[in-house]
Design a protein around this ligand. Sequence first.
Ligand code: URA
Length: 273
Amino acid sequence: MSEEIRGVCGDAGVLFYCLVGNVALELVAMTEEFDIKKVARQHLEMDRFFAGDFTIKSEKGRIEEQNLRAEAGEAVSQMERIAGEVSACRRCPLGNLRTNAVSGEGNAQARIAFVGEAPGADEDAQGRPFVGRAGKLLDKIIAAMGLKREEVFIGNILKCRPPDNRDPRPEEIVKCLPYLQEQLEIIKPEIIVALGAHAARTLLDTNKSIGQLRGRLHDYYPDAMAKPIKLMATYHPAYLLRNYSDASRRAVWEDMQQVLTELGLPIPEHGRK
Ligand code: URA
């Protein structure tokens, strides 16, 4: 050990490392109170800990982010594929009567999926779900929940308009439902809001009335093996337009509050009463 280094690092005692230029030298510490080897080790461990931990975390975060982006892109392209199939569909005679098929729209990874009955005249004309009077009311309900239309998914049991807005027929539902089922499989919503009796009965496979079904959460089973998805049944916006009473409006708002609570979302102040 050179005199110079001894001067800087001290006399005999404890081994420690000292950097001179770029060279690590094994040295001997001068006193036991000043345990430089311990200090050096702690520094090294601290460096490794922070550098290692942060490096691993940021790498993991980056990979997770990439995976999430890839999943989102995959969901969008799967939904586009289904929309393409729906627009060419002739599984039932409604396919020959439509102006436009209405596949559904919104976030391909939405937390909430609103499901109505079938397109009406406005939807058939535009190829988009819930754009007529009932749709404007649905927009207001979504806004009252503190959400944006583009954040949720909006679709229907039938993708084509039944003539004169008649009720969907069982054979039409059987042919068309697989499209919605596949969409829900891709979206994996945390909750489905079934708008009206047709949507609720179809998805829950029951004959009960909407009055019996609304107001509490049900389980929707995508298939026998899959985990159920929560489903809230509520009155259809078109029913609300026809029966615009305090009671019907309050009932729908109570249902939507349950949906928000189930998702852990705040209930907007303006909607509280
Ligand atoms: N009613 C529905 O059930 N769906 C629509 O898209 C529009 C009106």
